[in-house]
Ligand binder design. Structure first.
Ligand SMILES: Cc1cc2nc3c(=O)[nH]c(=O)nc-3n(C[C@H](O)[C@H](O)[C@H](O)COP(=O)(O)OP(=O)(O)OC[C@H]3O[C@@H](n4cnc5c(N)ncnc54)[C@H](O)[C@@H]3O)c2cc1C
Length: 587
């Protein structure tokens, strides 16, 4: 049941209190409340988006950034992007980022106005990404082999059409999980052009989620029957919400975790303080009999910890915050994928512009979606993806170690859009290739601007601050240009829209500085490390180092950013965490 007011909660005593109703928190709430004897409270700062019409339309839910379901963050001026400030949306709503994902690619928000791009991409990353997690944490439970059953437990793959038989190997998916995923429904002009342009250089991959993502192909999206599927519509569907032992309190902004005791193993943190929208002057407290779990995401989790005095003691003292646990890595190691794009004018009218610019086309598309959940709006803007590596011979490797987790892990991602991504130019029809660096080495931070827990933290992902990240983005842009010279684009492409970008490294770098931004896949700000390691924030069982009663389960614990869009990895993480918690408490 969802409650809006603390006073209305039927009880104030729970076995587990989860802070943050996003991708991870919702999975935990679902799994921990499977046992009717176990009581669970899920606290979420945002509300619900039930009435936000566009949130449910796959193509239009691109526009959720900068609305009341977004925290509305921006990054600090990015030195390597000529000081540009770019948006850093996070879901401020039950469902968290899964409810607004994949909105707004950096270049779109910063260069193409505030239109937000939402891809709802479902990717897992490479097997090597997870084997590296296992290696650095010393816990084989984080390896690909061990996590694959959790990816399967999470997903409910639905066959969409004949593509499954001919162009996609669905055997890598499970049909028995909770979260609906499936291939995109709408057929687009661009689809076959991409397939026709594949080559030795751009090879076909029949399933980029097999653990070996390199190559090009379709990807599943978070859509069910033509409508967006978020963690709320799957893991928090009515059947689960109806459990009497699961309570969800929305509009509850956690300000601090509360020390509830001391022990030989360190301070005990089983309480949380929070305020509610409507009256920030009243502070509420709840405590957990078994565990407090932070799932407030890569920004929210470190912010709550820092305000609680858990972080670098010296820095916190400077802000007037009393230290309760000296853990210097809290808020550090922020890792983020970077993204930009190029568009080309094409000699077709069968592109997004037919319904993004033409009012009659837009009205017809919306009508079709309303009546049958089909048509162009039933599918997110991009439906095909490609993963590539930097050439082995690249000179950067003479001076810099390969940042990928292994030889089957990509450095570069390309995604294809059958039109201009963003408000279209007044005339013309387009295709777009968005390109990303998925092995960033730039590490940033989440820090506090003040000791006011309701003030926005400082988000500094330090985008493109390392040479290899810049080289990777440059190579990605070149790969995008190369791709559209393929056979599928012959006699189709009229001109590159950014043709003024010279084909020199200097010219490309200037374009990238002006257009690159984050994809919003941040990880690492409460990084897990090996059990006895002095660095890191949580142990491999996700319990806070040097403390008792507090566990962290969200994207902040990933020790490296996977070469994937991060929602499915977070689902798998939370599925395994649920089992770790159940085992620890024998429930
Ligand atoms: C705009 C956008 C688009 C994305 N698109 C995709 C995509 O297409 N595919 C993909 O795989 N991944 C995508 N991602 C990434 C993916 O959604 C996230 O990595 C993942 O959902 C993170 O899950 P989480 O549980 O760590 O955090 P979240 O899902 O962000 O959950 C954190 C929750 O905690 C709440 N919270 C924060 N602070 C507090 C507080 N103090 N008190 C109470 N509650 C609090 C937040 O409101 C939020 O609901 C996208 C992310 C964003 C932001």
């Amino acid at each position: 049941m969802i409650y809006e007011r603390y006073e209305d909660l039927p009880t104030k005593s729970y076995d587990f209190v989860i802070v943050g109703g996003g991708s991870a928190g919702i999975v935990l709430a679902n799994r921990l409340s499977e046992n009717a004897e176990v009581s669970v409270l899920l606290l979420e700062a945002g509300g619900t988006y039930e009435n936000a019409h566009m949130a449910h339309i796959p193509f239009l839910c691109t526009m959720l950034g900068d609305t009341d379901v977004d925290w509305g963050y921006k990054v600090t001026p990015q030195a390597a992007l000529d000081g540009r400030v770019v948006p850093y949306p996070r879901g401020f709503v039950l469902g968290g980022d899964s409810a607004i994902s994949e909105s707004c690619t950096g270049f779109i928000s910063s260069v193409r106005s505030n239109w937000r791009q939402d891809y709802m991409v479902c990717t897992r990353g490479s097997a090597e990404d997870y084997d590296r997690f296992a290696k650095v944490t010393g816990d084989d439970g984080w390896s690909w082999k061990s996590l694959l059953p959790y990816f399967h437990k999470s997903e409910k793959y639905t066959t969409v059409d004949s593509r499954d038989a001919t162009e996609y190997d669905a055997t890598h998916h499970s049909t028995a999980g909770v979260h609906h995923i499936g291939l995109p429904m709408a057929q687009r002009d661009l689809d076959q052009r991409v397939i026709q342009s594949l080559s030795d250089e751009f090879p076909f991959n029949s399933n980029i989620n097999s653990g070996k993502p390199i190559g090009f192909g379709w990807f599943p999206v978070s859509v069910k029957d033509g409508a967006r599927n978020s963690a709320v519509s799957s893991y928090l569907a009515q059947a689960y919400l109806a459990r009497p032992n699961l309570h969800v309190l929305i509009k509850a902004h956690a300000t601090k975790v509360l020390q509830t005791g001391t022990s030989d193993a360190g301070p005990v943190f089983r309480g949380v303080k929070f305020v509610q929208k409507g009256d920030f002057s009243v502070m509420h407290t709840v405590t957990a009999a078994k565990e407090l779990i932070l799932s407030a995401g890569v920004v929210g989790t470190p912010a709550i910890l820092l305000h609680s005095g858990i972080g670098d003691a010296k820095v916190l003292e400077g802000l007037g915050i009393k230290s309760t646990l000296n853990l210097a890595d809290v808020g550090q190691n922020l890792s983020e994928h970077t993204l930009s794009a190029l568009s080309w004018e094409v000699n077709s009218t069968n592109t997004f512009e037919a319904f993004t610019r033409d009012p009659a086309g837009k009205e017809a598309a919306e009508k079709q979606w309303r009546e049958s959940k089909t048509g162009p709006l039933s599918t997110p803007p991009c439906t095909q993806i490609g993963f590539l590596r930097l050439p082995k011979s690249h000179s950067i490797f003479a001076t810099t170690a390969d940042p990928a987790a292994g030889p089957n892990t990509p450095h570069i991602e390309l995604m294809f859009g059958n039109g201009f991504l963003g408000p279209p130019p007044p005339t013309g029809n387009y295709v777009t290739v968005a390109f990303a660096c998925v092995t960033p080495t730039s590490l940033g931070s989440i820090t506090l601007a003040s000791n006011d827990p309701l003030a926005a933290p400082l988000i500094d992902p330090k985008l493109l601050s390392t040479e290899i990240d810049r080289v990777t983005m440059r190579q990605a842009l070149k790969a995008a240009r190369q791709f559209v010279t393929g056979p599928g684009f012959k006699d189709y492409v009229v001109r590159e829209l950014s043709a003024e970008v010279p084909d020199t490294d200097e010219g490309i770098d200037a374009y990238l500085r002006a257009t690159t931004a984050a994809i919003f896949h941040g990880t690492g700000t409460a990084r897990m490390s090996a059990k006895d390691a002095k660095d890191g924030v949580v142990n491999p069982d996700l319990l806070m180092k040097g403390a008792v009663g507090l566990r962290i389960v969200d994207a902040s614990v990933f020790p490296f950013i996977p070469s994937a869009h991060t929602m499915l990895p977070v689902f798998a993480l939370a599925e395994r965490a649920s089992d770790l918690i159940k085992d620890a408490h024998k429930i």
